[in-house]
Write a protein that binds this ligand. Sequence first.
Ligand code: ASP
Length: 377
Amino acid sequence: MPMASRRIRYSSCGLARTAIRLRRWLPAAAGVWLATAPAAVEAAQFRPRATVRVVATGGTIANHPDGRLTAHELTDLVPAAGRYADVETEQFANLPSSSLTVEHWLALARRLNRLFSARRDLDGVVLTSGTDTLEETAYFLHLTVKTDRSIVVVGAMRPPNAPGYDGAANLLDAVRVAAAPASRNRGVVVVVNGEIHAARDVRKAHAQRLDSFDSGRNGVLGVVDADRIEYYRRPTRRHTRRTEFDVARLDRLPRVVLLTSYVGASGDLIRAARDLGADGVVVAAAGAGATTPDQADAIDEVIADGIVVVITTRTGGGRVPARLRRVPPPAGTADPRGAGRRVSGESLSAVKARVLLMLALTRTRDGAEIQRMFTMY
Ligand code: ASP
């Protein structure tokens, strides 16, 4: 406790006054020590002056009824972040996440790519987001930002004026994760409620609770504890610098719609998607890829018309195997147009399969190639 001993040593008082001062200062010194000790222990995890940029896009984390907080106002709520990094701020948008568009995503990916290539000194970015579509934004950036450095997406379930506002704690955790060298090469991660999730696995799994986010049965990548950050695993699929997707010159993405299977579902919406000009369709099918017979017919029809259909599971977990050939190929044709071209969404959720299919369609319309991408990312 250096602070306590220094103050006592320089005291010119007698024994009694020293005792009084000890009684006065020790609790305060202990308090200071308790507050700074975790940071000191954790310091071993950090380079000496990490630099982290907080890029704000809006969401409940900023949604004060007197007006949405800016990136700067948000970071003012967490002065303790300065113990872990030099924190910069940037306002990208200030919107509910349900108002973000694919055009916002493209601009955001381009912005982050420019930032990382221009700023060699930057250790990581913290992106604030509304929680409703956060997992989609995180996965899009996971596939399109070309860096090994940290990108941490963070949100909050309660607004800044609510008792128990979780935004400040989550933002502090996010800065700590972004500043930690251990976060490099893990792709985009999501930090909420003391947990670190992989962008590919994370989902908002509850509409209201503070612990709304999980990674299904794959589990968290790590945790943010009071004394240090602990990682348990790394994402195994390719991401960030190791993807083939380049959005630098794109101002739009192919149109992909998402439909669901349920008892009695007709195939008319799948045909309507084709008629409305969709480039791809993702189906959140039952179980490991089941659709109604009419949906199955509609899928074969639209595939024959050149639309890529990806089958995912609406169950919330597990894989759809890539063996969904309903119609056997006619004799002598190895890969007839239509049959056998349904793409398995593997273990991606339907909303994330849509993200990957939009990007895949910027490269190819070939079902086999797109299946390769779904197995790889
Ligand atoms: N409506 C908010 C949003 O997604 C919800 C949140 O941030 O929690 O922007």
